[in-house]
Write a protein that binds this ligand. Sequence first.
Ligand SMILES: CC(C)(COP(=O)(O)OP(=O)(O)OC[C@H]1O[C@@H](n2cnc3c(N)ncnc32)[C@H](O)[C@@H]1OP(=O)(O)O)[C@@H](O)C(=O)NCCC(=O)NCCS
Length: 155
Amino acid sequence: MPVLRDLYNVFIPTTTGAWTESLQTLRERRAWFRSQQRFGYPILVAEVAGTVVGFTAYGSFRGSGKWPGYRHTVEHTIHVHENYWRRGFGRSLLEALIERAHANGVHVMVAAVDGANTESIAFHERLGFTTVARMPEVGRKFDRWLELVLMQRII
Ligand SMILES: CC(C)(COP(=O)(O)OP(=O)(O)OC[C@H]1O[C@@H](n2cnc3c(N)ncnc32)[C@H](O)[C@@H]1OP(=O)(O)O)[C@@H](O)C(=O)NCCC(=O)NCCS
C-alpha cells in the first residue's frame, strides 16, 4: 500500500492527472484496499524483481450501490512508474484487468481522464477505448478549469 500510494501521489503536486491538491495518506490507501476487498474489486500490480512498478484497479461507476442500474459498469485507474513507461507494463496491466472484469460480469469499463493527459488518452485508444464525452470546465485545479474526457470500452 505505501508503494501504491506513492505511485499515485507522485504527479499530484505538478500535474492535473488527478483532480486534487492533497497527497493521499497511507491510512486512506489502506481504507481503499479494504473497500476493494469488501466489494470484491480486483487490484493488479506489475512487479520487476520484486518491486511494484505499476498497478491498476476498478471500482463502481457513479456509485452502483446508490444506482443499481450501473452495476455492470466500472471505472478503472492505472498508474505506472515513469521509469517504466512505454515498455508494455500499462498494456499488460489493463489487459489483465479487462480479462478479470469480463470474468466478473462487467459489461463496460470507463476511464475518466483529464483532458490535458494526452498520454493517457493515447494509451486508452491503443487499448480499444473510445472517447464518448468531453466535459469542458467541470474540474478545477491550479486555479484553472479542467476538461473531463470520458472513454469507454464495451467488453
Ligand atoms: C498511461 C500509462 C498508464 C501508460 O503506461 P505504459 O506502461 O507507458 O503503457 P504501455 O507501454 O503498455 O503502452 C501501451 C500502448 O499505449 C501507447 N502509449 C503509451 N503511452 C503513450 C504516449 N505517451 N503517447 C502515445 N501512445 C502511448 C503505446 O504506444 C502502446 O501502444 P501499442 O502497445 O499498441 O504499441 C502511464 O503513462 C502512466 O502511468 N501515466 C501516469 C498516470 C496516468 O496518467 N494514469 C491514467 C490516469 S486516467
